[in-house]
Write a protein that binds this ligand. Structure first.
Ligand SMILES: Cc1ncc(COP(=O)(O)O)c(C=O)c1O
Length: 386
């Protein structure tokens, strides 16, 4: 018997009760003063999280819609665009630009490896006409966080428009949008923001607006100009996901109450704990050391373990839901999400459940190794902080 599903996928993330309750209310007029006040509050709060004084647009779509808006507003058919690819989401961003007719220059790295700023510099030198650079902050498919500050600086200093997929990082992993020279950053409500899917948050710099004027891709629903004009009147151009807006407002309250630096530290602590627990259970961490993500841990299974059987056992008998690999890593890895409303006990629980399931599947006895490792890590980090 399981009483409550433990959602340990890298998004959608668990909803805190406060957030669930925030949505339990009648609809409001999305063209009225109450909505305008909430929109203003969310915009200001999100700007603090993004660390930007640029425009911040709220679009009703999943994260991919925010990314598509960036391409639709910045790229003209035939334009050279540099896309740094080190996993499935980088791949998708490149495919998105190709779909808009861009001539995509791929800077590719092996899955599990980060994008190297020196290689980015070299590719930009070779492609002086590429105005737009697409970067992924946290590559959710491989559980890796790219060295965004260095990458963004290289592209910014080369005079390019820096576009960052921060869907699974912003609000959980530090970013300094303005300080690092990021022109466009995109996130999604269902990740660290602790809200359901349905809203994309997009920051747009002056340089990006100038490029937007020049770019000639077709755009309508995702026209940033429209979003900005309407935002200035306290509205969105089209009917927004009002319920998700309530949730995002509450999620932001919780982030601000905890404090951004505490939120980032918690994510780091939980990531280290999860990594320690999985390693003790014989999993091999997939992402290169030094670049492992604080929001999602990816790992290759111990010999003989069928990932699908593990996930089924976890789901059916422990109510714990984890993710598998994507694309070429489907069936070959596990991914454990620990972003948003996740606490120390939650990562102990997921490691405990995996340990139990490994015994059930005749891989290894459940002797407490995993739980001890995750607990030691959590306590060690806490002790070091005291
Ligand atoms: C890094 C990254 N980019 C893009 C996306 C796509 O976002 P969505 O599924 O909200 O469209 C995700 C979702 O997991 C992601 O993690």
């Amino acid at each position: 018997m399981t009483f409550q599903t433990q959602l340990r996928i890298p998004g959608p993330t668990p909803l805190p009760e406060r957030v669930v309750r925030s949505m339990n209310r009648p609809m409001i007029d999305h063209r009225g003063p109450e909505f305008a006040a909430i929109l203003a509050e969310i915009t200001a709060g999100a700007k603090r999280v993004f660390k930007t004084s640029n425009d911040l647009l709220l679009l009703t779509s999943s994260g991919t819609g925010g990314l598509e808006s960036a391409v639709a507003n910045l790229v003209s058919p035939g334009d050279e665009v540099v896309a740094a690819v080190c996993g499935n989401f980088g791949e998708r961003f490149a495919a998105l630009a190709t779909a808009y007719g861009a001539d995509v220059v791929r800077l590719e790295f092996e899955w599990g490896q980060p994008v190297d700023p020196k290689d980015l510099e070299a590719v930009l030198e070779r492609h002086p006409k590429a105005k737009v650079v697409l970067l992924t902050h946290n590559e959710t498919s491989t559980g890796l966080t790219n060295p965004l500050e260095a990458l963004a600086r290289v592209a910014h200093q080369a005079g390019r428009i820096v576009v960052v997929d921060g869907v699974s990082s912003i609000s959980s992993i530090a970013i300094d949008t303005d300080g690092w020279g990021i022109d466009v950053a995109v996130s999604g409500s269902q990740k660290g923001w602790m809200a359901p899917p349905g809203l994309a948050l997009v920051s747009v710099s002056d340089r990006a607006w100038a490029q937007q004027e020049r770019a000639r891709s077709p755009r309508f629903y995702f026209d940033w100009k429209e979003a900005k004009v309407w935002a200035e009147k306290g509205m969105t151009p089209f009917t927004p996901a009002v319920g998700v807006v309530f949730a995002l407002q509450e999620g932001l309250h919780m982030i601000e109450e905890e404090g951004l630096s505490a939120v980032y530290e918690r994510h780091e602590r939980l990531a280290r704990g999860t990594q320690a627990g999985l390693q003790a259970l014989g999993f091999q961490l997939y992402a290169q050391e030094g670049y492992r993500s604080n929001t999602v841990t990816s790992a290759l299974p111990p010999a003989g373990l069928d990932v699908a059987a593990l996930r089924t056992a976890l789901n059916d008998r422990y109510g714990v839901v984890i993710a598998g690999g994507q694309a070429k890593m489907a069936g070959k890895m596990i991914r454990v999400g620990h972003l948003g409303a996740v606490a120390a006990g939650d990562v102990v629980q997921v490691v405990w459940a995996i340990e139990q399931a490994l015994e059930e599947l005749d891989i290894a006895p459940a002797d407490g190794r995993g739980v001890a490792a995750v607990t030691n890590s959590l306590q060690g980090v806490a002790a070091a902080a005291r």
